[in-house]
Write a protein that binds this ligand. Structure first.
Ligand code: ADP
Ligand code: MG
Length: 399
């Protein structure tokens, strides 16, 4: 069997007109002799009738926060509706389609509702459908516990569903169809002249996804990498080439920086030794934070101070802990972390200097930096984000 998994995101299945394009993609791949497994997200985005957000608005916030099992079961409906609608339209077009919930497709998870981990994927049901020449249309983003209860596997989870199924079936490739022409040098909503990147390696895309680029979920990249199955990112609405993600030699990418992404909602915390000179807890600060399950990022330790960032939602918790221990600190809210990614940056001198220059030229203050072998991070004020990303994009990509 030559299998392709095709995943269609929320906007791709949002209207009948768009679903016609979806059906064209499935038809075309079938005509080329492939067996196709389709994975779908819930239809549309916020405001659309059957999107995940609209379904969640049916129940109260307290239930959403406290009863993850009910919330998961409700959210699963979005993808189930989508799989039945796409199946019925495929059948109308003469393609025998079989809608499946995640559980029916064999995706077994633990019971960590809202962010369940995959235990195993039973491929038999999908294989038997394919053997009959039919097209399974799987509800993405969901699985089932060993006790038969519905679970969801975290936001962006339909990408992960596609990779899981692709890996279980040893698919020839996994195609992620979305509303952009592929993976771009930056989010086109932020940088108008962002360009499509035709070939990338798994590690670069993982970094990109893990640091905010919503176009694909990092877990999906990881799973495809582990099975060495190429991932394609393509636009549902046209026939552009898209992005191929595989194990290509890292040296083939010519640019030092291949893409730029960012995450918001960071808070910078500074604790000066001098302000805490009589406080024995100062030296235990990092332990105390870890013991309270607050995750830290961008940690810089200097003789005279500690500087790190936390997520916005940990702010009150951190304040309570520090106030109780009488640790004096200052915070800077509304920060964003920009990540510049490129496997070609290793050993190239002057990259940080160029970043610093591009930002200071726009009067943007760099609050903190960090780097690894293929990523450089800069913390800046969120107010400066758009200008900063565009300045960096001009310096490294479109120059
Ligand atoms: P889907 O519903 O198809 O899963 P998503 O909204 O999850 O679509 O992902 C597609 C979006 O990702 C694009 O509309 C784009 O704004 C955003 N995006 C962020 N970073 C990038 C990038 N580097 N390349 C392409 N798209 C990006
Ligand atoms: Mg997505």
């Amino acid at each position: 069997m030559k299998i392709i998994v095709q995943k269609f995101g929320g906007t791709s299945v949002s209207t009948k007109e768009k679903r016609k394009k979806v059906i064209d993609k499935i038809k075309k791949a079938k005509e080329h002799g492939y067996d196709i497994v389709v994975v779908v997200s819930a239809m549309g985005r916020k405001g659309d009738a059957y999107s995940t957000d609209s379904l969640l608005s049916l129940i109260d916030k307290e239930t959403i926060n406290n009863n993850k099992r009910i919330t998961d079961m409700l959210m699963c409906c979005g993808e189930i509706i989508s799989s039945t609608v796409v199946s019925s339209e495929l059948i109308q077009e003469g393609i025998e389609a079989v809608p499946l919930t995640g559980g029916q497709a064999g995706i077994i998870t633990d019971d960590e509702y809202s962010n369940a981990s995959i235990i195993e994927v039973h491929k038999e049901k999908i294989i038997s459908i394919l053997e009959k020449g039919k097209v399974p249309v799987v509800a993405g983003f969901q699985g089932i516990t060993e006790d038969g209860l519905f679970t969801t596997i975290g936001r962006g989870g339909s990408d992960t569903s596609a990779s899981l199924i692709g890996a279980a079936l040893s698919a020839e490739r996994i195609e992620i169809y979305t509303d952009v022409d592929g993976i771009m040098t930056a989010d086109p909503r932020i940088v108008q002249n962002a360009e499509v990147i035709n070939v990338l390696n798994y590690d670069e895309v993982f970094q990109l996804a893990d640091h905010g680029a919503k176009v694909i979920h990092p877990r999906a990249v990881e799973i495809a990498k582990n099975s060495n199955i190429p991932l394609y990112i393509k636009n549902t609405m046209n026939d552009s080439e898209g992005t191929i993600i595989n194990n290509i030699s890292k040296e083939k990418n010519k640019r030092i920086i291949t893409s730029i992404t960012s995450t918001n909602g960071r808070i910078q915390v500074i604790i000066n030794r001098e302000d805490n000179i009589d406080n024995v807890e100062y030296n235990n600060t990092l332990d105390i934070i870890a013991d309270n399950n607050i995750s830290l990022d961008l940690i810089n330790i200097f003789p005279e101070k500690l500087v790190f960032t936390i997520e916005e939602y940990d702010k009150e918790k951190l304040k309570d802990i520090f106030d109780n221990l009488k640790i004096k600190y200052s915070i800077k809210e509304n920060c964003s972390k920009i990540a510049l990614i490129g496997s070609g940056m290793r050993g190239i001198p002057g990259v940080m200097a160029k970043i610093y220059k591009a930002l200071s030229y726009k009067n943007i203050e760099v609050l903190q930096t960090a780097d690894s072998h293929m990523t450089i991070w800069c913390l800046i004020s969120t107010n400066d984000l758009k200008i900063a990303i565009n300045a960096l994009h001009s310096a490294f990509v479109t120059n």
